[in-house]
Design a protein around this ligand. Structure first.
Ligand SMILES: C[S@@+](CC[C@H](N)C(=O)[O-])C[C@H]1O[C@@H](n2cnc3c(N)ncnc32)[C@H](O)[C@@H]1O
Length: 408
């Protein structure tokens, strides 16, 4: 019966003799621990593949209370106007979590830490507190190796903003409009040894054109358009980062089925991005007030993830169309979808749609995934671009994800 469908025929032809779903993620588990990440006793040594996180930023006023609640000396330093000591005391608190991060990461595992520097006037003295440098140097003492970091250029609503003496030299300050994503690794490169591990890695590949943008050292294009926190005030209060930021990092530095940790989980963006990517996750959050937020957000998970996945696939097909129109066909064919890809590394790429999310216990969730490719993206693409009305057909494809499938 399935053979009647031209799309499926392409796949079956392509799949003659190839073990198609080997090592693929079918189910993932997610757990939030509402306690202090200075001691992550629920996690054993070398049990985590990737850390994606953003701590409270030292010397940014919105986090003063959370730091002071953990060390009362901090409040006194701030009141005295002693910025340098307050900042150092805040970092000493964070250091304890970084030490735990090192303990629980597997050798070869990455930690991606989103952090912004702070500017603040204390006792009339305006200064920069370079949080990224302080964190990075502590990570080195723990034994982490640094890799090139990413500058996340944030969109600003006030391009003309200036600080200090304005147009008059020499008392004006550069506007701080970027944050850092520090990227460090524990030990040498991860090795994918077994046939299964290698197969999962190939399925977890990125598209060539995604790689070119995602591995750029400046991210201009993370706008936070797909936000899981709808309430803007909650986002402001929680300091949530955009879903796409976590989603990218997870796809760049882990494979399907890996365990992703966020020791400063906040509203749960990292957990949601892990769910959308077929990775397991665990998060620590000290503020029990965020319990409701992170549970509530899960209701959107399936539709948000499927939109993002649909957009990735659509962007790829559109990239192929443009290439096809300007330079002819691409060399390789993806075995799951049948669309052309730039490199042999993308031949087994498969993005699994999440199908459902189940609440399996207190702050515990399980996500099930489709193990077949999205039907609307499985075509004889060469014929489609040769004979179809390219732009009309693309418009149709653009619209929205196809019906949610129940097939595994
Ligand atoms: C910058 S926010 C993280 C936002 C998160 N990335 C998101 O998208 O919602 C930092 C979070 O760390 C939490 N936090 C601060 N200190 C903590 C600690 N010692 N252990 C666990 N969580 C902590 C704060 O309550 C806050 O929610």
């Amino acid at each position: 019966m399935v053979l009647k469908h031209p799309v499926v025929r392409v796949i079956i032809n392509l799949f003659d003799g190839i073990p198609r779903v080997k090592g693929q993620a079918v189910k993932t588990e997610h757990h939030t621990v509402f306690s202090d990440s200075k001691e992550m006793s629920a996690l054993s040594e070398e049990s985590v593949d990737l850390v994606v996180t953003s701590p409270p930023y030292p010397m940014i006023e919105m986090w003063d209370d959370i730091f002071s609640a953990q060390d009362s000396g901090i409040k006194k330093q701030i009141q005295k106007g002693n910025g340098a000591d307050a900042c150092e005391a805040m970092h000493r608190l964070l250091d304890q979590t970084w030490k735990e991060v090192y303990r629980v990461l597997k050798p070869g595992g990455f930690a991606c830490i989103n952090i912004g520097d702070a500017t603040r006037t204390m006792e009339g003295d305006f200064a920069l507190y370079p949080n990224h440098a302080r964190i990075l140097s502590y990570l080195h003492t723990l034994g982490f190796s640094s890799l090139p970091c990413i500058l996340w250029r944030k969109q600003t609503n006030a391009p003309n903003k200036f600080m200090g003496s304005g147009m008059l030299p020499t008392g004006a300050y550069v506007t701080l409009e970027h944050e850092y994503i520090l990227i460090v690794r524990k030990g040498p490169k991860r090795v994918f040894k077994t046939g299964d591990e290698k197969a999962v890695r190939r399925q977890s590949a990125l598209f060539w054109e995604e790689r070119n943008t995602w591995f750029s050292d400046i991210w201009f294009d993370i706008k936070g358009t797909v936000q899981t926190v709808k309430d803007k005030n909650t986002r402001k209060r929680s300091g949530a980062f955009p879903f796409n930021l976590a989603y990218r990092l997870i796809n760049m530095y882990s494979v399907k089925g890996d365990m992703v940790l966020d020791p400063f989980l906040g509203t749960g963006t990292t957990a949601m991005a892990a769910m959308a990517s077929g990775r397991n996750s665990v998060g620590y959050e000290i503020d029990p007030g965020l319990k409701g937020v992170s549970t509530g957000l899960k209701t959107d998970l399936i539709s948000v993830s499927r939109q993002i996945i649909h957009q990735r696939l659509f962007n790829h097909v559109d990239f192929v169309r443009q290439r096809f129109e300007t330079r002819g066909n691409l060399k390789h064919i993806n075995l799951n979808y049948g669309f052309p890809v730039m490199t042999a590394q993308e031949k087994e790429l498969l993005i699994n749609d999440p199908l459902d999310i189940l609440n399996t216990g207190e702050n515990r969730f399980e996500v099930n995934y489709a193990t077949i490719p999205q039907k609307e993206f499985c075509k004889d693409w060469e014929a489609f671009f040769n004979h179809g009305n390219g732009s009309q057909a693309m418009e149709k494809l653009k619209k929205k994800p196809g019906k949610q499938r129940t097939l595994f």
